[in-house]
Design a protein around this ligand. Structure first.
Ligand code: ATP
Length: 352
């Protein structure tokens, strides 16, 4: 049975609808990321789970219990925000103890629980410090410990890493995931960073204009995007317009080249489809012949160390192609004629 459910959730602010019929069942212990550009509604959904916003319609349940009209403090939820939001006049210890004091936990139990939490985030030695004496990453770890201390049923993380610098972001996201798995706590994480979502989640919800465009594992979202939006938002992709030549034979016209994909196409002959192609897919090795071959001309070539980033003119369409550096092979020169070879699955065909 699913643990956290959102059924037919709609949300409007005034006359503007920002969430459209959102449905999802989340399992106990799952780590779910809501990924999408600014304004797509991901924070609004998180705030509805927390109880800071009320859905215009629809139901939210946790462990089978309807939460929809409960106030935030009546829900057993922990939350970490983008800005650290620690109490500046309280020590690390008192910040983490805050929710436990409110719940009137006996003093000795508070002491024990806070110590346990500080151990979990590896900050036992900083218990008597104040927030201003901590780095940004340390402050977010304290915020996490404070959210987890009262043993919430669900943990909500609203872009908790976005104020941190790149290196800390990566190490803290790994630490968050490790703590989440250790505790087995059901977690909903909001981010606009695709790499963050791919690296940390059991499943990702890709949000687009108030709707879930796709819900799936990081592997599925990255390898099998179902819409042009998901393809463009997750991964740097070539999105190429092509015309369906013969839908039953699975052939398309890509620039001036007819390509046989041998798979069902989402449009009829003469209609336009989007071909999504990752820059790292396929190969340019001489003499290699894959299931799909495209000929082109090198328009530009940049040596970046581990990869050589090229732009190729494929029948009038420019595509990006990254090849791994091979010390035994010179980078392709501008103007050189090349053949790219692909496996059938490398070219994803999406509705336009
Ligand atoms: P961001 O990453 O910028 O926070 P988001 O995907 O989380 O974006 P939301 O914050 O959920 O987006 O906002 C979705 C839409 O709802 C936006 O157009 C926003 O302007 C609007 N919105 C959010 N809160 C309110 C509010 N209290 N009153 C009116 N409009 C709101």
């Amino acid at each position: 049975m699913s643990f956290l459910t959102l059924s037919h959730i709609q949300k409007s602010f005034g006359t503007v609808q920002v969430v459209h019929d959102f449905n999802m069942s989340i399992e106990k212990g799952e780590f779910i990321s809501f990924l999408g550009p600014s304004g797509c509604g991901k924070t609004t959904i998180l705030r509805m789970i927390a109880g800071f916003e009320t859905p215009s319609s629809g139901t939210i349940t946790i462990a089978g219990k309807d939460q929809t009209s409960l106030k935030p403090n009546q829900r057993n939820i922990g939350m970490v925000f983008q800005a650290y939001a620690l109490f500046p006049n309280m020590t690390v210890f008192d910040n983490v103890a805050f929710g436990l004091k409110i719940a009137k936990m006996p003093k000795a139990d508070i002491e024990k629980r806070v110590t346990e939490m500080l151990k979990l985030i590896h900050l036992e030695h900083l218990a008597t410090r104040y927030p201003y004496q901590l780095s940004g990453g340390q402050q977010q770890r304290v915020a996490l410990a404070r959210a987890l201390a009262p043993k919430p049923q669900v943990l909500l993380l609203d872009e908790p890493l976005s104020a941190l610098d790149a290196k800390i972001r990566v190490s803290l996201r790994e630490e968050i995931r490790q703590i989440q798995m250790q505790l087995g706590i059901t977690t909903v994480f909001v981010t606009h960073d695709q790499e963050e979502a791919l690296s940390i989640s059991d499943r990702i919800v890709v949000m687009h204009a108030g709707r879930a465009d796709q819900i799936g594992t990081p592997f599925d979202i990255y390898n099998h995007p179902e819409t042009r939006f998901v393809a463009s938002f997750v991964g740097t992709l070539n999105l190429i317009d092509a015309k369906v030549a013969d839908a039953s034979a699975g052939t398309i016209l890509l620039g001036d080249q007819q390509v046989r994909l041998a798979k069902p196409l989402p449009a009829a002959a003469g209609e336009t489809v989007t071909v999504a192609l990752r820059p790292e897919a396929g190969s340019m090795a001489e003499g290699a012949k894959g299931e799909i071959n495209l000929s082109g001309t090198v328009a530009s070539s940049h040596f970046l160390g581990s990869v050589i980033r090229t732009r190729l003119d494929i029948g009038g369409q420019l595509i990006s192609f990254d090849m791994f550096n091979d010390p035994g092979q010179a980078p392709p020169a501008v103007g050189e004629k090349v053949t790219l070879t692909f496996a059938g699955d490398d070219l994803m065909v999406l509705p336009h």
